[in-house]
Design a protein around this ligand. Structure first.
Ligand SMILES: Nc1ncnc2c1ncn2[C@@H]1O[C@H](COP(=O)(O)OP(=O)(O)O)[C@@H](O)[C@H]1O
Ligand code: SF4
Ligand SMILES: [Mg+2]
Length: 344
């Protein structure tokens, strides 16, 4: 896919805020995100727990109402109701991890997979469609699974049933929220291989949400690193994960078991979207600012007072950090929210 092909999904200036409890400030869970996903592309959305990944994923599917910005799919703005929203919910499917209770324990595998077809009034042969989806999800021969119940299956098989339930509607985009987080390492590899095969065989695009950078490495073409409601670094997966530029990405990578060098221990409070620091939102925890490197690069003041510009969509490598941009002599734009920097 080249950057001249229009994206399948495009998000511009997206905000999702939840009202604060008992007089507290609103929780700005998604706070100005631009993101594109192209046909057949797998994008990994990574970041610590609580940084807004699930809220972003759900807002892309119309399951959470954004408080600002826009989402377009295949060139049209996302419908908020009616037939157009229903049709969108066929074309873009959410894949949850099974332990979050996405499979009804009282329904057979057949009924679970057929449910979407019934909701959408599928005109064709239901049995054939269910068999095909199970088969694509690697449950073969499919008929052997029709009458089984979720508790009779292994964790990996249950996750395959969840995926079959999405595939049966022949979607163009999968949004998978932590699809393998609770599976054993060996099964995890099998499910990831399945997602990759679906991209090759069906041209499916996917947004894979994960707090696990190792997983992103194995599956994605592109990675978007999220911190406190923003994408702070994005680019091709090899580039971002072998030569991370944002101190946050560097810290996340440094704690992987296979990482060389000393792990970076992030200091300061865990991120809270009701209290987003001014300036660079990461500055209160940033090891580069704390260690003096930002000062030496002459950007420490900007770190504390200027919000690095929002990254644009597209598939080029970009970083929202005054220090990283100063090092490569990119314009150190600090216009913050709403402004878009198109580097290069
Ligand atoms: N319905 C909600 N009401 C209030 N706050 C919420 C709601 N959903 C999520 N949040 C808050 O938004 C932030 C981001 O949450 P989430 O999107 O689940 O992050 P992640 O998936 O990265 O762990 C968290 O601080 C969470 O507490
Ligand atoms: S802008 Fe400054 S504080 Fe923010 S991540 Fe970069 S170096 Fe750290
Ligand atoms: Mg989540």
């Amino acid at each position: 896919m080249t950057s001249t092909t229009p994206p399948l999904l495009s998000v511009q200036g997206l905000h999702v805020a939840f009202p604060g409890r008992r007089g507290a400030a609103d929780a700005r869970a998604v706070d100005g995100v631009d993101l594109d996903i192209r046909r057949g592309e797998i994008v990994a959305l990574v970041g610590e727990s609580g940084c807004g990944k699930t809220t972003l994923a759900r807002s892309l599917l119309g399951l959470v109402e954004p408080t600002g910005g826009r989402v377009t799919f295949d060139g049209s703005p996302l419908a908020r109701s009616g037939r157009a929203l229903k049709e969108y919910r066929r074309r873009a499917q959410l894949v949850l991890q099974d332990p979050s209770g996405s499979l009804n324990p009282r329904h057979t595998v057949y009924d679970i997979v057929a449910e979407g077809l019934r909701i959408h009034g599928h005109p064709g042969d239901e049995r054939a469609a269910v068999a095909e989806a199970l088969s694509r999800a690697g449950l073969r021969p499919p008929e052997r699974f029709f009458l089984r119940y979720p508790h009779e299956l292994s964790g990996g098989q249950r996750q395959r049933v969840v995926i079959a339930g999405a595939l049966v509607l022949e979607p163009e985009l999968l949004v998978a929220d932590e699809p393998v987080a609770s599976l054993d390492a060996s099964v995890r590899g099998e499910i990831l291989a399945l997602l990759l095969r679906l991209r090759t065989d069906l041209g499916l695009a996917a947004l894979v949400v994960t707090h696990d950078l190792g997983l992103a490495w194995n599956i994605a073409d592109r990675v978007a690193v999220m911190y406190l409601g923003r994408i702070v670094e994005t680019g091709p997966v090899e580039q971002v994960l072998t030569a991370p530029r944002h101190p946050y990405t560097q810290a996340l990578l440094s704690v992987l078991p296979e990482a060389p060098g000393t792990p970076v221990v992030l200091t300061g409070e865990p991120p809270d979207p009701s209290f987003i620091p001014s300036g660079c939102r990461f500055h209160v925890r940033c090891q580069v600012l704390a260690g003096g490197a930002a000062e030496r690069a002459g950007v420490a003041d900007a770190c504390r007072h200027e919000d690095p510009a929002v990254l644009s969509g597209g598939d080029r490598a970009q970083v929202a950090c005054h220090w990283a941009r100063a090092r490569t002599e990119e314009p150190a734009a600090g216009t913050g929210d709403g402004a878009t920097v198109r580097p290069g």
